[in-house]
Design a protein around this ligand. Structure first.
Ligand code: FES
Ligand SMILES: [Fe+2]
Length: 327
């Protein structure tokens, strides 16, 4: 592969397993708190080696590969808002342009094509987001749960990883019928009957699931491509970000937000307790979903016999089929 071809665009989506779970969009990929000041951080997302770093102008996310001779930029350092390669000291700015080639001295013109591959990135709501997939002319704003989380404290955050892809994780979190079985030792105890009348609405890239015969006000909402929220009480929210490490491995950031307690000690204690209990519940999920026969869910091809309770999953697979026609 030539240097020029590496620089032209972000890597294609063809290396992931079919069906492709990764529609174009802003993906939360990392918690802000994990990205330190002043040094690069290596991470794998979308099965790609990436490097992230902070500058005075904001964050930068790049392919973790120096365009000179292909070593990892993440083993270098951050100096004067540039990432400096550990091999020959070439320095790249936030946009990926080379700004210094020490071996050629300061007066040599730097070829325009000498660029690291960068991804469009933003930092918002305590997450680093990157745009993955085909770029529209104008990138849209990052979707969030503005109304729901207004005035709430948080996040009380943990993460866990599991060996199934994005779709298996998303579908699991849109599936209320598993509550009395997977979570029989935890939240499943609160479910009065396994018989559930499940419905959902689809608005753009959001799917909201609710129970017609359930607790009023309870719902789950998926905001594609990879965030989710669950209203568990008045001003009490469980949040998830499903972060693709590879096509078949997912990191789940679980957060808790609340707006009921004002006293700092109570707030902290309750948030801490809810944070850990969310992680416990998530591990109950992971134990089951890692036993799926395929790590990425199938298309709507009849290979799984879906029931009425799977309506949110059917809607998700429909949306996914829509992206696959365009990626
Ligand atoms: S490989 Fe990075 S500067 Fe040479
Ligand atoms: Fe669950």
């Amino acid at each position: 592969m030539t240097t020029a071809s590496i620089n032209t665009s972000a890597p294609s989506l063809t290396s992931v397993a079919a069906p492709n779970d990764f529609g174009p969009g802003w993906y939360a990929i990392l918690a802000s708190r994990e990205l330190p000041q002043g040094k690069p951080l290596a991470l794998t997302r979308f099965a790609m080696p990436l490097v992230a770093f902070r500058t005075g102008e904001g964050i930068s996310v790049m392919l973790d590969r120096c365009p000179h001779r292909g070593v990892k930029l993440s083993n270098g350092c951050v100096q004067a808002d540039n990432i400096v390669c550990p091999f020959h000291g070439l320095a790249f700015n936030r946009q990926g342009q080379c700004e210094r080639i020490p071996v050629q001295g300061p007066d040599t013109a730097i070829p325009k094509a000498l660029q690291a591959t960068t991804y469009k990135s933003r930092e918002l709501h305590g997450f680093i987001f990157i745009w993955w997939g085909q770029e529209p002319d104008t990138l849209p704003d990052i979707e969030w749960f503005n109304e729901e989380l207004a005035g709430c404290d948080g996040p009380y955050e943990h993460w866990a990883e599991c060996e199934v892809g994005l779709s298996r994780n998303i579908e699991n979190q849109m599936d209320a019928a598993h509550l009395p079985f997977v979570h029989k030792r935890s939240i499943g105890r609160l479910v009065k009957s396994p018989k559930m009348d499940i419905d959902c609405t689809v608005t753009g890239q959001r799917i909201r699931m609710f129970l017609r015969n359930g607790r009023p006000g309870f719902y789950l909402e998926l905001c594609l491509p990879n965030i989710w929220i669950n209203r568990i009480g008045t001003k009490s929210w469980v949040f998830l970000a499903f972060v693709p490490v590879t096509a078949t491995r997912t990191r789940l950031y679980t957060r808790y937000y609340q707006g009921s307690f004002n006293l700092p000690v109570l707030k902290q204690l309750f948030g801490w307790l809810m944070g850990w209990s969310n992680l416990w519940i998530l591990r109950e999920d992971i134990r089951i979903i890692e036993t799926h026969d395929t790590k990425v869910s199938p298309p709507l091809d009849g290979s799984e016999f879906l029931l009425a309770c799977d309506l949110p999953i059917i809607q998700y697979r429909r949306l996914r089929a829509g992206w696959q026609r365009h990626v």
